[in-house]
Design a protein around this ligand. Structure first.
Ligand code: PEP
Ligand code: MN
Length: 262
């Protein structure tokens, strides 16, 4: 992953998504796939707003076992149908090594969640996949630990790795996590892998997401991953940090202006 290995930032491509170089990847969609109507409404809206990939969890790693766990295979099928209609590449989480092949049949990008950043069997399985990987930082992981986790995937033979800062656990409780945007220039100095920011999990509050999207772009992020839900109040997961489709459209316009200015 070292910058010494490559002087230019690697470009990771997966269908409609291109991250790194001059291309800013804009991944947006619901935290979890909940129904055909919910997913398609979000997919059409984020596409119209200019997103370059659709996110949506089919396997949801939830803090409580009593919370919505995702639609699993049914969710994967809905994601593939959304790609069919919109042309958007699909980013979705895989939580177990034995699911990597199945998820890879439907998705363009395998997301490794914060809780699994150091699940080495999962990293190795993703290293054997030909799908691009979005590796999220563990909530208490150092950046060096994240880079070593990325090495597991790269060393396994998969060079299509994106790093994602999604916030870390600190003493501060006003925000769900604390989002360190210095991660962007730091990782860009240290590694050639593209860096994606997740302002949704990084703040945990819808109202804070637009400013952090703009700030991430100003800091030079190679991409954003943003939670967007047609009806956040009734979302089955993470509604409190999700943008409405209308709010996302506005954020996209703002980000385009910031990108043009920096
Ligand atoms: C998510 O993207 O919905 C998610 C669970 O993220 P994280 O792994 O960063 O908590
Ligand atoms: Mn979420």
């Amino acid at each position: 992953a070292s910058r010494e290995a490559h002087s230019t930032t690697s470009v990771v491509e997966a269908g409609s998504l291109s991250v790194g170089g001059n291309q800013i990847g804009m991944i947006a969609g619901p935290c979890g796939v909940e129904s055909e109507e919910q997913l398609m409404t979000a997919a059409r809206a984020v596409k119209a707003a200019g997103a370059t990939a659709l996110r949506g969890g089919a396997y949801k790693p939830r803090t409580s076992p009593y919370s919505f766990q995702g639609m699993k295979t049914e969710g994967l099928k809905l994601l593939a149908a959304a790609r069919e209609e919109t042309g958007l590449a699909i980013v979705t989480e895989v939580v177990a090594p034995e699911d990597v092949d199945l998820v890879g049949e439907y998705a363009d990008v395998l997301q490794i969640g914060a809780r699994n950043m150091q699940n080495y069997r999962l990293l190795e399985a993703c290293g054997r996949s030909h799908r691009a990987v979005l590796l999220k930082r563990g909530a208490s992981a150092t950046l060096d630990e994240m880079l070593l986790a990325a090495e597991y995937i790269l060393d396994g033979g998969n060079s299509k790795v994106m790093l994602c800062e999604r916030g870390v656990r600190t003493f501060e409780s006003h925000t769900r996590f604390t989002l360190p945007l210095a991660t962007v220039p730091y990782l860009q100095e240290k590694t050639h892998l593209p860096v994606v920011i997740d302002p949704s999990h990084g703040t945990g509050h819808t109202s804070l997401v637009p400013a952090m999207c703009r700030a991430a772009i100003a800091a030079g992020a190679d991409g954003l991953i943003v939670e967007v839900h047609p009806d956040p109040e009734n979302a089955k997961s993470d509604g409190y940090q999700s943008l409405t489709c209308e709010a996302f459209e506005k954020v996209m316009a703002e980000c385009r202006r910031v990108a043009a200015a920096v």
